[in-house]
Ligand binder design. Structure first.
Ligand code: FES
Length: 236
């Protein structure tokens, strides 16, 4: 079965501006989109640039826009699309393009780092590990599924309006530690998020939740942080 792929191309060393290039590929209904991109690269144009490391929905490196929707190319099959055998593939929006489908994710990871994405605990360590009951663990379990693919942050319209907004992925990581009973920096974390660049920048548009390839209820998690902040305000 022949499929047509119209792919965004941009090589800053030779192109003045981006353009689209059409390729025809033999692809079965159960082929992944990333398989088709690999076929193009291996058989037709070795200069086509895209990231794909694990090809099993684990590493998050192949988030891209496929037929106008952000998806992981390794999680989507040809038969998942109702556009016949026609595909338009573009890089993640919001981030600068380095080459073709590869974008510069450094601003994304800067924001992620800014929420201190690690356990902070200044209490005396116990003899063995810091224990946690399963109910507490379940309260932030959805956030543990995040693979930092940047699908949510690149899709969120608030990022364009408010360039300093931390974005859903960084806020979700903060949520993960705020609800982790082993972390002792809850107050500092909440204070960091209590403004328009933090969680109040979120206008609950649900785009992040809609595109998350891991089914994480991102908007709901951010809503929980907002409720905590309101409760904290009341208790002052
Ligand atoms: S290649 Fe790793 S998530 Fe798709």
């Amino acid at each position: 079965m022949k499929s047509t792929f119209i792919i965004y191309r941009y090589n800053p060393t030779v192109d003045k501006e981006a353009h689209y290039q059409e390729f025809t590929v033999d692809a079965g209904p159960t082929d992944k989109i990333v398989d088709c991109l690999n076929k193009i690269r291996w058989e037709q144009d070795p200069t086509l640039a895209f990231r794909a490391s694990c090809v099993h929905g684990i590493c998050g490196s192949d988030a891209m826009v496929i037929n106008s929707r952000v998806d992981l190319a390794c999680q989507k099959l040809v038969r998942d699309y109702k556009t016949g055998n026609n595909f338009v593939v573009e890089p993640l929006p919001f981030f600068d393009v380095i080459k073709d489908l590869v974008v510069d994710l450094e601003p994304f990871f800067d924001r992620h780092r800014s929420v201190r994405p690690h356990l902070i605990n200044d209490r005396e360590p116990p003899d063995r590990e810091r224990l946690q009951d399963s109910e507490t663990q379940q309260s932030f379990e959805p956030a543990l599924r995040c693979i930092l693919c940047a699908s949510c942050t690149s899709s969120c319209p608030i990022n364009r309006a408010n360039p300093n907004y931390l974005g859903p992925a960084a806020l979700l990581r903060a949520f993960r530690y705020i609800y982790d009973s082993r972390d002792s920096a809850t107050e500092e974390r909440l204070t960091q998020l209590d403004n328009d660049e933090g969680v109040w920048g979120c206008k609950s548009m649900w785009w992040c939740t809609d595109v998350c390839p891991k089914g994480i209820p991102v908007t709901k998690c951010l809503g929980q942080i907002k409720r905590l902040l309101k409760q904290r305000e009341k208790n002052k």
